[in-house]
Design a protein. Structure first.
Length: 335
């Protein structure tokens, strides 16, 4: 009996040992297969028992995805998960003048050269010489709040209703074509002879093929762009300083230098010749018509600028002075 018990115990021990060994082999084989399958290093003819267990360095080196990113051991089931998006900070910067639309304010004057063209870059060192600021602000308020808001803007809105945009543009072209004399003279005074030739060519083409200047044929068909010159700019090219900033009733923003230039340009402008006796009423009617037509063409631009500007007086002053500096620099480089 004792021998039989010993045999049974021996058999049980051998069976338990076999089960233990088979379990260890299964666990180690599964771990090796998982690692090797992830790395793609097992061929069809190899078994997990015959392959050595790869090291962590080998797994990291061999476990590359198609995009070249390493897959960490034990994280195979997460490798196909959704990619995480990297955080990208957003910065808000103020709109630069060169990126903003060109605008004009009636009786406040052009801030930039013309509609649709970029303005001068912001110059933080610009010296805004405004010793008459209290007077200028009062005149600015008069021009803006009374003349524009209560007289010119309502008239321009009514004019815009009865006059189609196409005819408004034709009228604007006609008035611009008449102002050829100061453009040619100032180009010559600044030594810009090519510009003087361009203005003469524009006048001849538009006066003939453009039906008296109602159509800008020179620009549309021959790419002859209008030059931006005036006598105030000419004085600046000659070396004259701008002087104090000045706002007068019924007039655009000025400096003392540009005020002198405005007077000289007005004397050369054929529209001004009609303001002398006995044609004073005809000249005033043409001037008012030009002003109302221009205001009507820029209703939306004026409105957008006014609504988005906190300190309108300072914005107009800064924009005007920067534009004048830019025009003088461009004139000097064009000679």
């Amino acid at each position: 009996m004792r021998e039989i018990l010993r045999v049974r115990q021996l058999v049980l021990m051998i069976g338990a040992l076999a089960v233990a060994l088979s379990g260890c082999s299964t666990l180690s084989g599964g771990r090796s297969d998982s690692a090797l399958l992830a790395s793609g290093a097992v061929s069809s003819g190899e078994t997990s028992a015959a392959s050595p267990e790869p090291t962590s360095a080998a797994i990291a080196a061999e476990s590359k995805t198609d995009t070249g990113a390493a897959v960490r051991p034990g994280m195979d089931d997460l490798s196909a998960g959704p990619a995480t998006l990297a955080f990208a900070p957003v910065f808000f910067a103020p709109i630069k003048p060169e990126e903003s639309p060109a605008v004009m304010v009636a009786f406040v004057g052009p801030l930039f050269s013309q509609r649709g063209t970029p303005g001068p870059p912001v110059d933080p060192t610009l010296e805004e010489y405004d010793p008459w600021e209290p007077f200028n602000e009062a005149m600015f308020k008069f021009n803006k709040d009374f003349l524009d808001d209560y007289i010119l803007k309502p008239v321009a809105k009514g004019y815009n209703v009865v006059m189609p945009d196409m005819f408004q543009q034709m009228i604007d072209n006609g008035f611009s074509n008449i102002k050829v004399v100061p453009l040619v003279v100032n180009n010559l005074l600044q030594g810009r002879f090519r510009g003087a030739g361009v203005e003469l060519g524009r006048f001849l083409l538009n006066s003939t093929f453009g039906v008296g200047g109602l159509f800008d044929v020179a620009k549309q068909e021959f790419n002859l762009q209008k030059t931006k010159v005036d006598f105030g700019q000419t004085l600046g090219v000659w070396g004259s300083g701008p002087g104090p900033y000045l706002v007068l009733p019924f007039m655009s923003p000025l400096t003392v230098r540009d005020g002198i230039g405005t007077g000289v340009d007005g004397a050369m402008n054929p529209l001004g010749w009609w303001t002398v006796i006995p044609f004073i009423w005809e000249g005033l009617a043409m001037k008012v018509g030009d002003t109302v037509n221009d205001r009507s063409l820029n209703l939306d631009l004026y409105q957008g600028f006014e609504e988005t500007t906190v300190d309108l007086y300072s914005a107009v002053r800064n924009g005007y002075l920067q534009r004048r500096i830019k025009l003088i620099e461009d004139a000097k480089s064009a000679r």
